[in-house]
Design a protein around this ligand. Structure first.
Ligand code: PMP
Length: 395
């Protein structure tokens, strides 16, 4: 009871009803709480633990780096081997023009960095984003969120932000020679796992190229394999000018990045020098963990298994109360008729040993975003529990 009281009274609360599970250990796709109760983890700490919990190789990489040293200097001044190794690995798996990485600590910071970079490189001020987009909670990132209720109490925010409907090709004509960048999630996460039309993303790329605006794709939630490709933009046959990675990028450690070309990135180096700096960006322990995670994912050919795992979920999760299943790969949104129904199913799932939640801007949808190496058996078991929880709903 004591830890619960301290949590509610002395740890700042973000909402009135946190799940407040007290998890003390985890392994693979399983979480264990303080009472010894086990749960199947269907959300991976919101798309973070892509290789499951307590992966021995990631743990060893972390321990090795801890023994060598934690922090030597702020970002950008010293040559730090874990950063160098991860940046080099990224150049081998990303398209050639995304060859220069700026490491930061959180997704919000990656979005901030990208917005500043686009303004600085283009000399323009307008930023375009999309309805129901989420790019983070800091002032700049919040300014480009596509949800007014989230923003209203914090105004004034960044000026010259235009918000367009997502997946609407016609609205893309608003992108102009005034636009510094368009920031979009390749597949929207907090909107409820929304996959846009291929033609929309392609036209978005075209309009940005025509008007000289930079295309910033936020793959903080959907990058690093979650949709079955290493990067979600690969599904659409285009390449952004700036890519944002985060969440699972650090193998469970805090690590994010904005990645662009050497040419674009160079504009942050002068006028002013030190125009974007960070103390902890690219922390050696985080980079060592991220490097291990990316290597494991590639060596174990995890990407080849994602579509099949999506299919298994889709095969089991069929019910008259399920209105639709949106998303791609292992980011799925199970849509129910309303928020209350969804919430009561989620609560019942948690009681029955499956951890899930809903989406920030789609409270009537249940999130499925398990570790990418979840077993077929755990998919079956968790789906069975979800179906039983749905059965508890009165018609
Ligand atoms: N972009 C996207 C698409 C996200 O899903 C999130 C986090 N949910 C962020 C940015 C912000 O990341 P962070 O919480 O690490 O600042």
């Amino acid at each position: 009871m004591r830890t619960r009281d301290i949590f509610f009274n002395h740890i700042a609360q973000t909402s009135l009803a946190p799940a407040a599970l007290e998890i003390i250990s985890a392994k693979g796709s399983r979480l264990k709480d303080v009472n010894g109760k086990e749960y199947i983890d269907l959300i991976s700490g919101i798309s973070v633990s892509a290789l499951g919990h307590n992966h021995p190789e990631i743990n060893n990489a972390i321990k090795k780096q801890v023994d060598q040293g934690l922090h030597f200097m702020v970002y950008g001044e010293f040559i730090l081997q874990p950063q160098v190794m991860l940046a080099e690995l990224l150049t081998t798996i990303l398209p050639e023009k995304l060859n220069c990485t700026y490491f930061v600590s959180s997704g919000s910071e990656a979005a901030e960095g990208a917005l500043k970079l686009a303004k600085r490189f283009t000399g323009r001020t307008e930023i375009i984003s999309f309805q129901n987009a989420y790019h983070g909670s800091t002032h700049g990132a919040l300014s480009v969120a596509g949800n007014e209720a989230l923003k209203n109490s914090f105004r004034p925010l960044l000026p010259d932000v235009t918000i367009l409907p997502f997946d609407s090709i016609n609205s893309l004509e608003k992108i102009s020679s005034r636009t510094a960048c368009v920031i979009a999630e390749t597949i929207q996460g907090e909107a409820g796992a929304i996959v846009p039309k291929k033609s929309f993303i392609q036209e978005l790329r075209n309009r940005c190229t025509e008007s000289g605006a930079l295309l910033v794709l936020d793959e903080i939630q959907v990058g690093c394999g979650r949709t079955g490709k290493m990067f979600a933009f690969e599904h659409f046959g285009i390449v952004p000018d700036i890519l944002l990675l985060g969440k699972s990028f650090g193998g469970g450690m805090p690590l994010s990045a904005f990645i662009s070309s050497k040419e674009i990135m160079s504009s942050l180096t002068v006028n002013p020098s030190l125009g974007h700096i960070t103390t902890f960006g690219g922390h050696p322990v985080s980079c060592a963990a991220g490097f291990a995670a990316l290597n494991i994912m590639r060596r174990e050919k995890l990407l080849d298994t994602i579509a099949e795992k999506e299919n298994i979920f889709r095969k089991y999760l069929v019910h008259k109360h399920i209105q639709s299943i949106t998303g791609k790969g292992l980011l799925l949104g199970i849509e129910f008729e309303n928020e209350n129904t969804c919430k009561s199913i989620i609560n019942d799932c948690i009681k029955s040993g499956v951890v899930t939640d809903n989406f920030l801007f789609a409270p009537n949808k249940m999130r499925i975003a398990p570790p990418l190496n979840i077993s077929a058996e755990d998919i079956r078991l968790s789906s069975e529990i979800i179906m039983n929880s749905i059965e508890q709903i009165k018609n």
